[in-house]
Design a protein around this ligand. Structure first.
Ligand code: 4AD
Ligand code: MG
Length: 477
């Protein structure tokens, strides 16, 4: 017999016919009503058993999270709360679940507790909704680029280069950790390591993506990236996924246009394809916000926030303009910022970014033309000699969601910059070749996938939007 998913049944015209489904028990009440969920949708399907006709030992085994196969007639529901239900004629227990031992009870659990049970938390409404939305977003991202002639490139995960120059990398080595081979001057001899050199997990696929943009024109990566920064915040992971488009002949303006159009399009996609999940998450978000003190509460609901992003232009301003606003801002004058803003050239902290987005402009913001000193070596130097063509997209509740730039395409300027920063030319000979053979203006950016999922689902902590989070001191599962 054909097995339907719950989603198929709820959207079907199978009323009055016999249907077959499989799923897990969410609740079982009055020895009669099973709420069965199979993950295809947030919604359960109600299955009604006639307990008088049923073997008592089977009835006892209908417990939370038991796996069942059910056959019965799909009928209009007598009760409120659902349109249809299945009148069960045959029920088979596929897998028992001991309710005394099952950690996820039908009550509110803390997110901390659920993180410790990340292998089971996806069985809750909140996490299954988040993970379905995450999946839809990933699809929307591929679709967006595919429909616009971009090619998907898989850049290496093990790399010898440090794209961001921040040095926060995880080493990849197969040397004996206790007795590594040493060179004459007592250092670890990486020549004897697996790759014959020092290698790390990548922090970004950008440099490799640039070489592909110089042939395929429009490319993007979408893969895992790794950062060994000891940031225990609600917005940092040690392993996260990044989308990095790179486009030949795009300048910074075109890059900003692409970032804004891209984000709006994928948000639009989930708004129209994930209605049930977003409605549920919207409700959750409202309850969560209601617990917060008035001043910290979001003025908009989740779905309102998403629509707001679609309907408004992202405010674009230079770093220099932003510094002026911040310097003269109330929290700065009242010394409420943890990092006071006194002079041009300081790096912006998330408290500053969030002030600009949430309090000052009250809309997404793109800051550009940052001081060269606080940005990576590959960004194009402006005529003023002190700022670079960098851009960060800042979002409410998130802070930086995108970081990107127009790239330095002039070989001499790039070499000079690398020299000043002490980046060895030999390490990046292949990257420099793109500037030697047919160099051209080009730009790109990186979007942190989990930060986007956080924004779209309204989840407060980035650890709750990735299946198995990796953070300092934590790599269970
Ligand atoms: O600003 P970042 O470091 O930029 C780059 O890596 C460039 N190579 C991108 C490019 O131009 N192709 O990182 C890009 C984005 C950030 O804006 C943020 O959304 C996310 O990646 N991100 C993180 N997300 C989660 N955890 C972390 N530790 C993150 N670090 C950066
Ligand atoms: Mg950045």
């Amino acid at each position: 017999m054909h097995k339907y998913s719950v989603l198929e049944l709820l959207n079907s015209d199978k009323l009055g016919t016999e249907v077959h489904i499989k799923g897990w028990v969410r609740t079982f009440r009055s020895n009669r009503f099973i709420a069965l969920n199979d993950g295809s949708t947030l919604h359960n399907i109600q299955c009604v058993v006639d307990f008088e006709k049923m073997d008592e030992t089977i009835l006892k085994r209908i417990t939370i999270s038991a796996a069942l196969a059910i056959t019965g007639t799909l009928v209009e529901s007598q009760g409120s709360g659902q349109n249809m239900e299945i009148q069960v004629s045959k029920l088979e227990i596929l897998g028992d679940s001991n309710p005394e031992e099952y950690p996820i009870q039908p009550k509110k659990h803390s997110f901390e507790f659920l993180r410790e049970n990340a292998h089971l938390r996806v069985r809750t409404n909140t996490f299954s909704a988040v993970m379905r939305v995450r999946s839809a977003l990933a699809f929307a991202i591929h679709q967006y680029f595919n429909q616009r002639g971009f090619f998907y490139v898989n850049t290496p995960i093990i790399t010898g280069s440090d794209a961001e120059g921040a040095g926060e990398m995880f080493r990849v080595s197969s040397l004996d950790a206790l007795h590594p081979p040493k060179t004459e001057d007592g250092k670890i001899d990486y020549k004897q390591d697996f790759f014959g050199r020092e290698t790390n997990l990548t922090v970004s696929g950008q440099l490799e993506a640039e070489t592909f943009a110089m042939s395929l024109g429009k490319v993007y990566t979408f893969g895992p990236t790794f950062r060994a920064e000891n940031s225990n915040t609600a917005r940092h992971l040690a392993e996260f996924w990044m989308i990095e488009p790179e486009v030949a002949f795009n300048d910074l303006d075109a890059n900003m246009d692409l970032a804004e159009d891209f984000i709006k399009n994928v948000v639009k996609y989930v708004l129209s394809h994930c209605q049930a999940d977003l409605t549920f998450l919207d409700e959750r978000f409202k309850q969560e916000e209601a617990q917060k003190p008035q001043a910290q509460r979001s003025e908009l609901g989740l779905i309102e926030k998403l629509n707001f992003v679609l309907e408004n232009h992202f405010k674009r301003l230079t770093y220099t303009e932003a510094i002026d606003i911040l310097k003269n801002s109330k929290p700065n004058q009242k010394k409420q910022f943890q990092y006071p803003v006194n002079e041009w050239g300081v790096d912006l902290q998330s408290e500053h970014e969030r002030f600009l987005v949430e309090k000052h402009f009250k809309c997404p913001v793109i800051l550009f033309d940052y001081p060269a000193k606080i940005k990576a070596f590959y960004m194009r130097l402006n005529e003023d000699g002190k700022t670079v063509r960098a851009m960060d997209v800042l979002f409410p509740g998130i802070g930086e969601i995108v970081g990107g730039s127009q790239r330095e395409e002039r070989l001499d300027v790039l070499l000079e910059k690398m020299k000043v920063l002490g980046i060895p030319e030999e390490d990046l000979w292949w990257y420099l070749d793109t500037r030697r053979f047919g160099t051209a203006v080009h730009s790109g950016f990186g979007l942190g996938f989990e930060r986007l999922v956080q924004f779209v689902t309204g989840m407060g902590n980035i650890r709750d939007v990735i299946p198995f989070p990796r953070t300092p001191q934590s790599a269970e599962f």
